[in-house]
Design a protein around this ligand. Structure first.
Ligand SMILES: Cc1cc2nc3c(=O)[nH]c(=O)nc-3n(C[C@H](O)[C@H](O)[C@H](O)COP(=O)(O)OP(=O)(O)OC[C@H]3O[C@@H](n4cnc5c(N)ncnc54)[C@H](O)[C@@H]3O)c2cc1C
Ligand SMILES: Cc1ncc(C[n+]2csc(CCOP(=O)(O)OP(=O)(O)O)c2C)c(N)n1
Ligand SMILES: [Mg+2]
Length: 452
């Protein structure tokens, strides 16, 4: 019993330091009932078994900076590790971009570590990422991976991933390094600590460096391709349009977005412009439907005055809908913006791509009336199915002092593009203007189907 306080202190330390994550503390019933002495955090001994390396090897950092200084086609590939590392990591990353003028992309988990309005920003990379980010990752000569883990949504076919680049990888967890992609310069350490040294070493270099003009003109050509294009419709709300309007409505405010899992999540990643870290909470690796509403509640409790929106799918939101009761009970005015396509849209999209459009159990005929559901909980319900009414309806949602469920009826059969079809290389993307029925039906070959 007298160990319990220390065990809990230790659990918080492990959860928050190194590669952060959940820690399970199993407290047996006899300990739950026992009385003991509380020992405060101060002076609590730290266990030797968990001491992540934070500093980063000086020679490796020096080698990395030399490679970066000689690069002609460099790119910074950033991820959730930058955000985990803290505000100083974000500040240093922005400084490094300013000093080097390197283009920068991020995974789903790192959005906001570099501002979307920044001139070096290429957008998210990966399966549903931007054309320019994926093309630049493929063609680069020096890749600096900062707190990202070469997930399969990034690499596409591993043997065709960025074939001609020298790769530098900063990561605090040795098990992330050389896991799926071989890297040339691994740097084991905390992002903020390593970036501090990198910035220092870069500043000490002679001013003369290879020109990046040609690289930037290639990137600008890729940027010229409107990779998130969609066909506007004046009768039906296109999902991309809904998010464009929502993004416009929150622009300039300090807003927080959480999501559920599915097409709406990917469109949200593509269309929201995050200027700061920790404004975007989404379930990436496990992709758990039902994450968004409880996450929004947590954010709202932490930031009572902030605008917190859960961008949801009609199926995902029903996973944890009972948390509406907690929202009412705790006066947490979260806004749930349901992109209601009456489908498990992401499942339908994959059935179309992988299973010859043989749709099975992805359509939901028996959808609840979300407005009545909101009212049943004591929240506000808003329904909108007309593009002409959308802006006003969004404003009503934002202005409401209560929790809101917004039932936004969107085009049922829209697909999320660009997309790197399973089994293809990461520069072999299916773009919206090329994604006709034939291209979608044949996008994934037999081998790719097994990989999903
Ligand atoms: C439907 C769906 C589609 C998806 N499509 C995409 C997509 O198109 N593009 C995309 O990017 N993702 C996509 N994802 C998410 C994807 O599955 C992964 O979750 C994501 O790419 C991983 O991001 P990350 O590499 O930043 O890793 P994280 O899981 O955030 O890991 C961070 C890495 O940084 C390290 N780290 C942590 N803290 C520190 C620190 N202090 N210092 C140094 N290193 C640290 C960790 O050890 C780890 O290696 C999708 C998910 C879903 C559900
Ligand atoms: C708990 C859980 N079960 C199943 C899945 C697999 N899955 C991923 S997306 C999806 C459909 C999501 O549908 P919806 O919430 O309506 O979002 P949409 O794709 O239509 O935007 C499913 C079933 C998952 N990610 N999590
Ligand atoms: Mg849906």
């Amino acid at each position: 019993m007298n160990d319990l306080a220390n065990v809990i202190h230790e659990a918080f330390r492990i959860a928050q330091s190194g590669r952060p994550g959940p820690v399970v503390v199993d407290v047996p019933k006899d300990v739950q009932f026992a009385k003991g002495r509380y020992t405060p955090l101060k002076g609590h001994p730290i266990r030797e078994s968990y001491r992540p390396a934070v500093q980063g090897n000086a020679d490796a950092i020096e080698a990395a900076v030399q490679l970066m200084a000689n690069a002609r086609r460099p790119i910074l590939y950033t991820g959730g590790g930058v955000i985990n590392s803290g505000d100083e990591a974000t500040r240093l990353l922005r400084e490094l971009v300013g000093l080097t003028n390197f283009p920068i992309t991020s995974t789903l988990m790192g959005l906001g570590c570099y501002p979307a309005s920044g001139k070096n920003w290429l957008g998210m990379l990966g399966m549903h990422g931007s054309y320019e980010a994926n093309m630049a990752m493929h063609d680069c000569d020096v890749m600096v991976c900062i707190g990202a883990r070469f997930d399969d949504r990034i690499t596409g076919r591993v043997d065709a991933f960025s074939p001609n680049s020298t790769k530098i990888h900063i990561d605090i967890d040795p098990s992330s390094i050389n896991k799926t992609i071989h890297v040339d310069v691994p740097i084991l350490g905390d992002v903020a600590h390593v970036l501090e040294e990198m910035v220092r070493a870069w500043r000490a270099l002679p001013a003369e460096k290879p020109s990046l003009d040609e690289w930037w003109s290639n990137i600008d050509r890729w940027r010229g391709r409107d990779c998130f294009a969609y066909t506007p419709n004046k009768d039906v709300i296109m999902p991309q349009y809904a998010l464009e309007r929502l993004n416009a409505a929150v622009k300039g405010r300090d807003f927080y977005i959480t999501t559920e899992v599915g097409q709406h999540q990917m469109w949200a990643a593509q269309f929201f412009e995050f200027e700061e870290p920790k404004r975007w909470m989404t379930s990436g690796g496990l992709g758990t439907m039902g994450y968004g509403l409880p996450a929004a509640l947590g954010v709202q409790i932490a930031h009572p005055e902030a605008l917190v929106i859960d961008v949801a799918g009609d199926a995902s939101i029903q996973m944890c809908i009972q948390e509406m009761a907690a929202a009412i009970q705790h006066n947490a005015p979260v806004k749930i913006f349901i992109m209601n396509n009456q489908y498990m849209g992401m499942v339908r999209q994959w059935q179309q791509l992988l299973h010859g459009n043989r749709l099975s159990h992805s359509y939901t005929e028996a959808m609840p009336d979300f407005v009545k559901l909101a009212e049943a909980y004591g929240a506000e319900g808003i329904y909108c199915d007309d593009p002409a009414d959308l802006d006003d309806a969004i404003q009503r949602m934002i202005d409401s002092p209560k929790p809101v469920i917004f039932d936004c009826r969107v085009a049922n059969l829209a697909n999320c593009f660009p997309m790197i079809p399973s089994g293809r290389a990461h520069n072999d993307m299916l773009l919206p203007d090329e994604a006709n029925d034939e291209a979608v039906a044949t996008a994934i070959d037999a081998k790719g189907r097994q990989l999903v």
